[in-house]
Ligand binder design. Structure first.
Ligand SMILES: [Zn+2]
Length: 307
């Protein structure tokens, strides 16, 4: 598989097929534009009703106050998120341009939730299904080990995102079963006996588990490559990255839910002197990742442009 194909997975989508012949007779009776408008109106009406109902229920429940209310609100919005994802057309990246609809949807979804995985953290505690990874403790090179740098970058990034009002979950090597959030970033670093190897690379599961993953990758790649001036090491993306265990929800229970866009980043080589200078200032990388995350959320209409 070439890097070219990887970078533009949406381009390989087959063209829309023509209507079957027997369907044509019916559609000729009415103008196709009218049918489409009716279908859209119907769908919009259903979504609006569901949103209003949820807001009413949530408001009523909230009045009672307490943790029960919060839990119920979470369950309702979670349920609604699943309904919206199951709607026909949800397999496409859809950004609601109409201000009020977007505002309402974001209100229902609540604060932005972001999962940040510290690569290899507490690997020894992996569950039985991931027992083979208990000794996957990350790269080491000349006194610096991957986990401690991963921790520093994730801590700096989490503080920045919390400062913006996001809910951030810092996750170890084992993610909670079917973990759900607005997005997940798994932070890793590379190391190689060849100290000339350098650069940044990233991968979502292949094939992408949802249409938001390529969008997330694009935004994060741009931000990191621009801020760090690292080279693009995309040619070295490995099979292990494409089938990252924490995103492999078909195989493992402890994996990010397939509706949640998830990206694995390798933020340079511990073994390369130039990359190492960047890695020793974790805030540079945290700022770059923050920039990519914000741009992604804005592009999805999840947060306002000035978030
Ligand atoms: Zn790693």
């Amino acid at each position: 598989m070439t890097g070219e194909e990887r970078r533009d997975p949406l381009a390989s989508r087959p063209p829309r097929t023509a209507r079957p012949a027997d369907d044509r007779a019916e559609s000729e009776e009415r103008p196709p534009g009218l049918l489409r408008r009716r279908k859209l109106l119907g769908r919009g009406f259903l979504v609006a009703m569901a949103l209003l109902l949820t807001i009413n229920v949530a408001a009523a429940v909230r009045e009672r106050g307490g943790e029960v209310a919060a839990a119920t609100f979470g369950m309702v919005t979670d349920g609604l998120r699943r309904v919206v994802q199951a709607l026909p057309g949800a397999s496409e990246v859809r950004v609601y341009r109409a201000g009020p609809v977007r505002w309402l949807a974001n209100r229902v979804l609540g604060p932005v939730r972001i999962g940040l995985q510290v690569g290899h953290l507490d690997a020894g505690s992996q569950p039985d299904e991931l027992a083979a990874l208990r000794y996957s403790t990350g790269g080491h090179h000349a006194g610096l080990d991957e986990v401690s740098v991963n921790v520093a970058i994730v801590d700096a990034l989490a503080a920045r995102l919390r400062g913006r009002g996001a809910v951030v979950d810092v996750l170890p090597a084992t993610v909670p079963p079917r973990y759900r959030a607005d997005l997940v970033i798994s932070v890793h670093l590379d190391s190689n006996p060849d100290t000339a190897r350098s650069g940044y690379k990233s991968a979502h599961f292949w094939p992408a588990r949802n249409p938001r993953e390529p969008q997330l990758k694009l935004m994060i790649d741009r931000a990191v490559l621009k801020a760090t001036r690292m080279s693009d090491d995309d040619a070295n993306v490995s099979g292990n990255m494409f089938e990252y265990y924490a995103f492999n929800d078909r195989r493992f229970e402890h994996a990010v839910d397939r509706g949640t866009p998830a990206l694995l980043v390798e933020l340079g080589y511990l073994s390369n002197p130039a990359d190492r200078r960047v890695l020793e200032t974790p805030d540079t990388l945290a700022t770059a990742l923050e920039d990519g995350i914000v741009k992604y959320l804005i592009s999805m209409g999840r947060v306002p442009a000035k978030w």
